[in-house]
Design a protein around this ligand. Structure first.
Ligand SMILES: C[S@@+](CC[C@H](N)C(=O)[O-])C[C@H]1O[C@@H](n2cnc3c(N)ncnc32)[C@H](O)[C@@H]1O
Length: 328
């Protein structure tokens, strides 16, 4: 039974390789699905539709994203929906200008066509799910999209993506290591997709997010607590002792932090975020599953929570001072 939770040999090999000086730079290459405009379009519209369903505002002027990955496409979809400022923070440079521009042009076409939101048949693993995948006319009516897709505005966005002075702001801060990188109380909406399970210093990151948000501004995060294929079982990372984990983790810039849902919930509350929606996804726990020492205290709920889509609002109190600290 124990063997079914075993680590994949390739995960050990990659961890070991990261200790070899010449090989370190080959770690953490490529990340997620944001090379695809259709993925970016789908993720942004899923967060937006779910925001409306929760009664949250759906026309943010300033949008921030944690961990955009291979392109800034999800945030560019937010800009094409009307935002005039987008700030993307990553721990590592993955995106580049030519790819951002290519994804952007494909996004423009998808919005012009008012294309349906790519669904499970195309992105079966992507969260959150929707009841309907039709283009959200009620949130993005023709008049709003006509204004946001005006040629003069698109020209400004292209200039912003290329790093030229423009009437729209697209800021890519990678690597970010200082919460002061975003001004306090400046963000109307913040989101992340498949990122918070990778963040090393969650304490600093949640505190920073709270600092950046305007009072009562919403955020949404899709978090995946699985082992990301490092082990045979989805929850096998919670069965690995610290010694073996140090080898698997290696010296990579990030891997997974192995923190369960309760850690995130506690940090939301500690930093003055009120959850609006908590949508957990369950994972099966085999009868013989034994967590490693430091995970023995985890509740049955944590041990069977494979993912969460969470929306939360910052408290209405603003946090004007920004602490300087480095992220993991
Ligand atoms: C699995 S990828 C997801 C990328 C993208 N959001 C997507 O949906 O495809 C995880 C991303 O989180 C980023 N990341 C890891 N730690 C981070 C941190 N402390 N702050 C910001 N981004 C981080 C990684 O560099 C990577 O871009």
């Amino acid at each position: 039974m124990r063997a079914s939770f075993d680590v994949h040999p390739r995960a050990v090999a990659s961890g070991l390789a990261s200790f070899v000086p010449g090989l370190h730079r080959f770690t953490n290459r490529g990340s997620g699905g944001t090379m695809s405009a259709r993925y970016c379009y789908s993720v942004w519209l899923r967060h937006l539709v779910r925001a409306q369903q929760s009664g949250l505002p759906t026309d943010p002027a300033c949008v921030a994203e944690l961990g955009p990955g291979d392109s800034l496409g999800i945030g560019l979809a937010a800009v094409l929906s009307g935002a005039d400022r987008y700030v993307a923070l990553d721990v590592k440079v993955h995106a580049n200008v030519p790819r951002n521009l290519q994804v952007f042009e494909e996004l423009v076409q998808l919005f012009r066509d008012r294309a349906s939101i790519p669904d499970d048949s195309e992105w079966p693993l992507t969260q959150p799910k929707l009841a309907r995948y039709a283009f959200p006319d009620q949130i993005l009516p023709a008049a709003r999209m006509q204004a946001s897709l005006a040629e003069s505005r698109l020209r400004e966005i292209r200039r912003a993506i290329a790093g030229e002075p423009a009437g729209i702001q697209v800021d890519y801060r990678a690597p970010w290591n200082d919460p002061a990188t975003i001004e306090a109380a400046s963000v109307d909406y913040l989101f992340s997709q498949a990122v918070l399970e990778h963040v090393e210093d969650l304490e600093v990151t949640y505190a920073a997010m709270r600092t950046w948000m305007k009072p009562a501004a919403p955020m949404s995060h899709s978090i995946d607590f699985s082992s990301h294929d490092l082990t045979r079982a989805w929850n096998g990372h919670w069965a690995l002792g610290d010694g073996l984990w140090r080898i698997v983790r290696g010296t990579r810039r990030y891997l997974i932090n192995r923190e369960p849902w309760s850690t995130h919930l506690a940090l939301l509350k500690k930093n003055g975020f009120a959850p609006v929606l908590i949508e957990p996804r369950g994972g099966e726990v085999a009868p013989g599953f034994r967590p490693a020492g430091r995970f023995r205290h985890l509740s049955a709920e944590d041990l069977s929570t494979r993912g969460v889509f969470v929306q939360a609002r910052a408290s209405s109190r603003s946090y004007p001072s920004v602490r300087s600290a480095s992220t993991g």
